[in-house]
Structure formats: structure tokens, C-alpha cells
Ligand binder design. Structure first.
Ligand SMILES: [Zn+2]
Length: 181
């Protein structure tokens, strides 16, 4: 079965959105009405986020007008925050946040939001979402990526899946264990 048939409703909505939101001088009232409808029915935000994701995944072929118009709706509907500390600090636009960190950039979506050892809040509130305070520890020669995570406060460790690890377990983690424990 072609992929397009898997979510006919969504595919059709995305196509409709594309047509509507690709107008370069889209009337503000169209966006305002869309935002009002998302505010009334927050579950609709998922459709806008899905449409934005599809457009983003076209990468170099992505239509930035479509993306910006959908972003404007999500900001107006208060799904996306107006700004975050990182956006202010670096002058990043919403479009930059979406392009760099994905359409869910506005949420903290790590496996572990509180340290499993000391319960510290690991969300990076100083920089805003999606940034975490937890430290991704890499072990050179073992795996080209994060082997396990560490709490910046108590130095406690946990696996990528969120299992607490003793200092010894973390230091001696095997390549297999990175993904299995
Ligand atoms: Zn901790």
C-alpha cells in the first residue's frame, strides 16, 4: 500500500495546508482564524506540527514560506512560546529552532527529566527547551555518540534508556550495553 494511503486524512490536510499556507502574502486573518481554532481545540496542533514536520523533512526543497506561516499559527495559538532564552541570546528565529532541533523543539523530551539519583530537575531552564542540563558522556573508541548520561549536580549516571548506573557500571559499559541496559 502506498504510504500516502496510510493517513489519508492527514495527507489531505497537509495538502490543503500547503496550498493555503504557501501564499506569500497570506492574509493575517487566515492565520488568526487558524490559531483561534487550535486554541479552541488544542489537539489540532498535532496536525499543524505534522504538516510542519513533512515540510521540514524536504530539507533543501522545504518551502520556508509554508513553514513560517504554520509557525506563525503555532506561536499565535501559544503552542510554540513567543521566545526562549536561547532564541534571545543567539538571535534564533522560530524557523531556525524548527530547522535545527525539529518541530518538537519546544518540549523537553529526554527519557529522563529528573536525575534518578538526586531527583534534580534536568531541564535547562536557563536556555529553555529543548535543552537539557544532563551531560552526554562519550567514550572515545567505544562508540561515536553518547554512551551514558551524567547528572551535573550529583555526578550520578544513567543509561540512554534511563536505567541508573553505578560509577563502575558507567565506566565499564560495553558497546552492547549502551543500547540494552
Ligand atoms: Zn543527580
Amino acid at each position: 500500500m502506498p504510504k500516502a494511503d496510510a493517513q489519508p486524512e492527514l495527507t489531505q490536510l497537509v495538502q490543503e495546508f500547503h496550498l493555503l499556507f504557501s501564499q506569500p502574502n497570506l492574509a493575517d486573518s487566515v492565520k488568526k482564524d487558524a490559531a483561534a481554532s487550535v486554541r479552541k481545540e488544542p489537539r489540532k496542533a498535532a496536525i499543524y506540527l505534522a504538516a510542519l514536520k513533512i515540510e521540514r523533512e524536504r530539507y533543501t526543497d522545504a518551502n520556508s514560506t509554508v513553514m513560517q506561516n504554520i509557525i506563525d499559527v503555532l506561536v499565535d495559538a501559544e503552542i510554540y512560546p513567543k521566545t526562549t532564552p536561547t532564541m534571545q541570546k543567539h538571535g534564533y528565529s522560530h524557523l531556525t529552532m524548527v530547522e535545527s532541533w525539529g518541530v518538537d523543539w519546544h518540549t523537553w523530551k529526554a527519557e529522563v527529566l529528573n536525575c534518578p539519583h538526586c531527583n534534580a530537575d534536568l531541564r535547562d531552564l536557563e536556555n529553555g527547551p529543548p535543552f537539557m542540563r544532563s551531560i552526554g558522556v562519550e567514550i572515545r573508541g567505544l562508540y561515536d555518540g553518547v554512551a551514558y548520561n551524567q547528572c551535573p549536580d550529583c555526578k550520578g549516571n544513567w543509561s540512554r534508556k534511563g536505567t541508573p548506573l553505578s560509577k563502575d557500571q558507567a565506566q565499564n559499559i560495553s558497546r552492547d550495553e549502551i543500547f540494552t541496559i
